[in-house]
Write a protein that binds this ligand. Structure first.
Ligand code: VAH
Length: 317
């Protein structure tokens, strides 16, 4: 059977990179990118889609005979707190639409991104295990926990093969995050490369789990490629890359930019970060489908700076 892939939220932070990877893996004609608005420089098939519109989603799924959906659209943790009920509505309606359309039209596989935001204050914050008490402190986290449980329900009741990862903060040079609490760890590199100083909205010592984009994308593809009998977690897999504080990240960048300056001005996002783990136990992912991250902090810093330098040079000439 021919695989036809739909990516929802294809121009977001993860979607931008994942769509390109999937195009390379399956071919340009096998991947349909969708998002709220189109992008002039996008190379490939594109459909405008608001995933809260069931009919519009269904039309695309039937038009292209979609067999695999990556549902990456969501309102993230920090933006989500500004309009909690709207966030719940968007995140859940879009997921229900994806699950229902997949069930009705017999889509083979669905990918759903969950997050370390599912954890709350009832957990061990160091090496947080797979399935402790989930009592998230943000509406984004509540929507992700609920999404995980609904995915598990669709798997058990209808046999829908939904797979999911609890991403840490994702850091990449290819795209910008939008409205999350871990966004600082991307912004800081842009400031360093532009020779500007950085004002951090988290305290110097706030340790959070993070992952380099290459690792995050590889984990996604490896999970989706794993034989069905190896997938034992049907809510969402803990996923770990590295853990660091803003101060540690600053010192990693300072090895390349010794004059780089940072100041700290915590805002409402500090409370969100305080409710999240410091590090993650991802042994289920390691055991079930042999997950292993490749990048540590200094390796990531080197590549981020090299790539962002290339990018800023290319737009200033
Ligand atoms: C956020 N980057 O900050 C997201 C993420 C690890 C948290 O899901 O909201």
């Amino acid at each position: 059977m021919i695989n036809m892939i739909l990516v929802i939220g294809a121009f977001g932070q993860l979607g931008t990179v994942l769509t390109e990877k999937l195009q390379v893996k399956w071919g340009l004609n096998r991947v349909i990118a969708s998002d709220l608005v189109s992008k002039a420089d996008f190379n490939g098939h594109f459909e405008t889609l608001d995933a809260t519109d069931f009919k519009a989603l269904e039309q695309i799924v039937t038009k292209y005979k979609i067999t695999e959906i990556y549902h990456l659209a969501a309102i993230l943790s920090a933006n989500g707190e500004k309009f909690p009920l709207h966030t719940w509505d968007v995140n859940m309606t879009s997921l229900f639409n994806v699950l229902e359309v997949a069930r009705i039209h017999k889509v083979n596989k669905v990918f759903y991104p969950s997050s370390i935001a599912v954890f709350g204050d009832k957990i061990e914050r160091v090496n947080t295990p797979q399935s402790p008490n989930l009592t998230p402190a943000t509406v984004y986290g509540i929507s992700k926990v609920s999404g995980e449980i609904w995915n598990n329900y669709y798997y058990n009741k209808y046999g829908l093969d939904v797979r999911s990862l609890r991403y840490p903060g994702v850091i990449g040079y290819q795209s910008l995050p939008g409205g999350g609490t871990t966004d600082y760890a991307v912004d800081i590199y842009h400031k360093a490369v532009k020779n500007e100083s950085f004002e951090c909205f988290l305290e110097a010592t706030t340790k959070l789990p993070m992952i380099f984009m290459d690792d995050a994308i590889r984990a996604t593809i490896e999970l989706m490629d794993a034989p069905i009998e190896d997938i034992n977690v049907r809510t969402s897999y803990n996923l770990s890359g590295m853990s660091f504080t803003p101060k540690e990240l600053y010192h990693s960048i300072k090895k390349i930019y010794p004059d780089f300056k940072i100041s700290y001005k915590p805002d409402f996002r500090q409370n969100i970060a305080n409710s999240w783990p410091k590090s993650i136990d991802d042994s289920s992912a390691r055991n079930d489908w042999e997950w292993k991250p490749a990048f540590d902090l200094d390796m990531m810093t080197e590549l981020m700076i090299q790539k962002l330098k290339e990018y800023y040079n290319s737009i200033t000439v």
